[in-house]
Write a protein that binds this ligand. Structure first.
Ligand SMILES: C[S@@+](CC[C@H](N)C(=O)[O-])C[C@H]1O[C@@H](n2cnc3c(N)ncnc32)[C@H](O)[C@@H]1O
Length: 243
């Protein structure tokens, strides 16, 4: 099975995972950007081998984690990684389609996802259909004021920008507002960005955004807007056991 989209980087640092997926450092950066708090329900709707959730569950253990994937083999690998990481029952793994999630409306606080870039999984053309459906479905399950942290390559930026306007205003009925779009060096030549989105409340979008959690105003995150951020240093500082 292919690893995550940055599979070449997929090491098994710190013994967290036996089957490579997204590099733990990138997984950590995504979890860090999500500012996971006590009791937060965190969903990865295309979890693959589960590295984002495993890394997050280990680092921010007071969250509740759900991983969904359409590929049963990837889920099986995620379960194996979970056993290796001794995460126990912190993550619930579910077979499902990110465009029709087996979850209730407004039951999730934060979505974190390493989206298929269209190289190893799917295609850039296919993502033009997949991403909008996934975002609509994620908007259904995420609470108003909730958030999404999404990683994708710049090959897919057109469809991302069609869904979340770059000027900070939502383009579609009460769904997502772009809070920040930050470049992230993933160690291969492919340019990628992390998109930080806020789930708008229908009918009162601007006010809801203004009262949304302070995560997007966080200095460390805001300070790197528009610049390449080297997460390695922060990762090593907070995760020395993983090097
Ligand atoms: C980029 S990989 C995720 C890699 C993951 N971060 C890891 O560490 O292994 C994308 C995943 O999306 C899944 N996927 C693609 N289409 C999907 C869909 N419609 N619903 C759910 N999962 C889907 C693929 O099976 C694949 O595991």
């Amino acid at each position: 099975m292919p690893a995550g989209e940055v599979g070449d980087l997929g090491t098994h640092a710190g013994g967290l995972a036996s089957l490579a997926g997204l590099h733990p450092r990138i997984a950590w950066a995504l979890g860090r950007a999500a500012d996971i708090g006590p009791g937060d329900v965190v969903l990865d709707p295309m979890c693959g081998r589960g590295l984002i959730l495993l890394e997050s569950a280990r680092q921010w253990s007071q969250g509740m984690y759900i991983g969904v994937d359409i590929d049963r083999a990837q889920l099986q690998d995620a379960r194996e990684n979970s056993a290796q990481a001794r995460i126990g029952s912190a993550v619930t793994w579910m077979h499902g389609d990110c465009t029709a999630l087996p979850l209730r409306d407004a039951s999730v606080d934060v979505v974190i996802c390493d989206l298929p870039f269209g190289k190893m999984h799917g295609s850039v053309e296919g993502n033009v259909v997949l991403y909008p459906k996934m975002l609509d479905e994620a908007a259904r399950v995420v609470k108003p004021g909730g958030r999404a942290v999404l990683l994708t390559s710049d090959d897919n930026q057109t469809v991302m920008h069609e869904q979340v306007a770059a000027d900070g205003h939502q383009r579609k009925k009460g769904n997502w507002k772009l809070q920040a779009r930050n470049p992230l060096q993933i160690g291969c030549k492919m340019p990628t960005h992390i998109y930080l989105l806020c789930r708008m409340a229908a009918g009162n979008q601007e006010e809801e955004t203004d009262s949304s959690p302070a995560w997007h105003k966080e200095a460390g995150w805001g300070a790197v807007r528009g610049k390449r951020k080297n997460y390695r240093q922060e990762w090593l500082k907070e995760r020395p056991d993983m090097e």
